[in-house]
Design a protein around this ligand. Structure first.
Ligand SMILES: [Zn+2]
Ligand SMILES: [Zn+2]
Ligand SMILES: [Zn+2]
Ligand SMILES: [Zn+2]
Length: 418
């Protein structure tokens, strides 16, 4: 009995790992296991009540059930071999097990069929899986179960796969899209009669049509529309897409300089936040070098860490908060308390710059982008109104020092030669 439960656990583990169509296979497997257990219990009861019929029952077993065969083997050990092929329209499992007192092995090979011709659903491979096998509470050995996945779905259909789509799906006629889907639901592969085409529901994220079992009329913000049009409206999506989008909602996956190059120029809110963000990055560097700034630095935790570490990296949640103005409000409040600290902190003041053009008393910092600018060569800070790149005093001083050093070196070399 425990062997069947154990085998069932391993099979369910692997099926859940594979995920696709798992519910079909799990139900099949549970039913078959229950039948097998019932059959063995029944045999055991018969054996107990009619011990002399033992041999006869074994013969009957091999006749009536080709899946299981019991043989009394060498030295009286019972050897059980079980070979089973579970067939399913989309998934075929081959399970083979051999077992004796000191050896237990299980080999499972999952063969999944895939539509190789559908370019939007290409091959998805699964990693190798290792399972610790426990048998009869006495024997334990590790068996690598190698899953060689060759194909998903069928020749005309493959289940949607987990993918992040950055673009807006092109608009095509319903009939053309459904014909390209071979008149199958894109989610479950159910055949749709052409006359019921209008019943299918469109998923704005995947750009495909689904049956009402796979598309329950849910809606979601579509990343492609946000990244391309700064459009936060909710569009109808299938159940699969909704789950996918919910799962990535908080994850910083969108590097705007790579996937939405024009977004900063389109979205003023985003541009404003970007400026504040750059200032905060600069301020945080300054505060990190000050041992008196712990309290102010703690306030930076109000912003997601990636927004300070990677200025162009956003999650969908961040972008919607930018759109609502929430992140700008937090960033401004942070700026305010950081500037208050810097103005009264001697350690921070010592790291500032004096404008070498006007020699004013005001201490300048790189984050003061409205009034200050940096020389691209020497990185010194000056008033925007004072700065002339061609006559940067610090650059001139550095050049003079370098030239002096070169002169000294050349004179020293000349003396050595003499
Ligand atoms: Zn469906
Ligand atoms: Zn400080
Ligand atoms: Zn100045
Ligand atoms: Zn300079």
């Amino acid at each position: 009995m425990s062997r069947y439960v154990w085998q069932l656990k391993v099979c369910i583990f692997i099926i859940v790992y594979v995920q696709e169509n798992a519910h079909f296979v799990v139900v099949d497997m549970v039913l078959e296991m229950l039948e097998a257990v019932k059959w063995v219990v029944c045999l055991q009861q018969l054996k107990n009540t009619h011990p002399h019929q033992d041999r006869c029952e074994k013969q009957n077993t091999s006749k009536t059930d080709s899946i299981y065969s019991f043989n009394r083997g060498f030295e009286g050990k019972i050897r059980l071999s079980c070979s089973k092929a579970l067939c399913h329209p989309h998934v075929m499992w081959f399970c083979q097990r051999s077992d004796n007192a000191d050896l237990l092995s299980l080999k499972l090979t999952a063969l999944l069929l895939i539509n190789e011709n559908t370019h939007t659903h290409t091959l998805l491979s699964f990693p190798q899986v290792s399972v610790l096998v426990m048998a009869d509470d006495r024997i334990s050995l590790t068996e690598d179960i190698v899953q060689k996945t060759r194909m998903r779905g069928t020749l005309t259909w493959a289940p949607p796969r987990f993918q992040i789509i950055f673009c807006v799906q092109p608009t095509h006629r319903r009939s053309d899209v459904i014909a390209s889907q071979h008149f199958l639901c894109a989610g479950c592969g159910t055949k749709i009669e052409p006359r019921y085409m209008k019943k299918l529901r469109y998923c704005d994220y995947l750009g495909r049509y689904f049956c009402d079992g796979c598309h329950r009329g849910l809606e979601s913000v579509i990343p492609g529309r946000v990244l391309n049009n700064w459009d936060f409206a909710r569009y109808p999506v299938c159940h699969f897409s909704r789950q996918l989008l919910d799962s990535i909602w908080q994850q910083p996956l969108f590097k705007l300089t790579s996937v939405a190059k024009n977004l900063y120029s389109q979205a003023k809110d985003l541009q404003r936040f970007r400026e504040l963000q750059e200032q905060l990055v600069s301020i945080k560097k300054l505060l990190s070098a000050c041992r008196l700034s712990a309290g102010v630095l703690d306030e930076f935790e109000q912003l997601p860490a990636h927004l300070i570490q990677e200025p162009h990296l956003f999650s969908m949640h961040d972008l919607i908060r930018v759109k609502k103005g929430q992140l700008c409000t937090i960033a401004k409040a942070l700026m305010q308390s950081a500037v208050t600290h810097i103005n009264i902190c001697e350690l921070c003041q010592a790291k500032g710059f004096i404008c070498e053009f006007c020699h004013g008393e005001e201490v300048l910092f790189p984050f003061q982008r409205d009034t200050c600018t940096r020389c691209q060569d020497c990185r010194a800070c000056f008033h925007i109104s004072c700065f002339r790149h061609e006559s940067c005093p610090k650059c001139a001083r550095l050049q003079k020092r370098n030239k002096l050093q070169e002169d000294i070196n050349s004179k020293a070399t000349a003396l050595e030669i003499r």
